[in-house]
Design a protein around this ligand. Sequence first.
Ligand SMILES: O=C(O)C(=O)C[C@]1(C(=O)O)C=C[C@@H](O)C=C1
Length: 367
Amino acid sequence: MSTKHLNLAPKSVFKRADGQPLIIAGPCSAESEEQMLATARGLQSVPEVTIFRAGIWKPRTRPGAFEGIGKQGLKWLKTVKEETGLLTACEVATAEHVNDALKQGVDILWVGARTTVNPFSVQEIADALEGVDVPVLVKNPVNPDLQLWLGALERLNRAGITDLAAIHRGFSSFDSRPYRNHPKWNMAYEFKKLLPEIPLICDPSHIAGKRSLLQQISQEALNLQVDGLMIETHCNPDVALSDASQQVTPEGLAQLLASLVVERVSLESTQNEEELSELRNLIDYLDNELINVLARRSAVAKQIGILKKENKMNLLQTGRWEQVMDLRLKAAAREGLEEVFVKAIFQEIHQHSLHVQAASEPTKVVL
Ligand SMILES: O=C(O)C(=O)C[C@]1(C(=O)O)C=C[C@@H](O)C=C1
């Protein structure tokens, strides 16, 4: 997979000329003209912000929640642009949304995670954009599927959209604690590796789901050298009609941005090259140890599997497994290791044990 077949504009609105991260900010939802203008005016004192975002139509998980103000919000976006000079952006999910947004002069459109999963919907948007010159952002699909993400970018590109970028907003999962959507940083990393020409913007607000995690997630994204951040900002977050707990005030955003470190220098060019090399050798050694231990554990699990089969026992032993997890998490806590990290590793290990045990079945039916 590569982007060689994509026809991309040489210059992108999503890449800043000075190499600094692009900052997109604005409320989760447009609620009223006053709220939009108060937020936009607040953002005028945050010089890093160049694009103002606002949700006009909101795809909600459950019915009954605030589903967006609709078309009239587009007029407020126009006023924001006229008053502040900020570029404006909103989400589109249907051809009608595209036409309405373009009619009101919205500068940038984005395709949401729930739309990216559906090629019919993405194609409908692409068809509506045929012959239109507008930059488009594509959020990752809710499930971690790079092909689906790329497919959406391709559909838009075939319709003639050449200024494209991607938004990493995390992935739905049955247990994404402490996040709202699990970041699965390896997906962002893979995206950058496979599609280096497409700017990648991180959306810490939807990954975090709460203000307290925004700083950490934003920094982790910058460490991955993303091209920008999209952070939901509201003049009065606590009374926001959607996503109240994850929005920050413009002042909060300014503080958050000031706390972030943007590193663009490669470590190899530092004076500590020798020390770095020694530490990397140590990592190599420890990783080999880990592989050896995993191989030994896997062999033991296989032996247990054979015993279980001889005794007609279930492979899955819930009680034992809960005990194993509990003991490992306690041991990890004593070592100061984060619970989410260790839990995720042991969940994978357990799944692998069950897989190895199932595969060790002596009597396989040949179909
Ligand atoms: O203890 C067992 O019964 C095992 O098979 C080992 C193991 C593990 O990998 O730790 C694997 C599967 C069970 O559900 C519980 C634990």
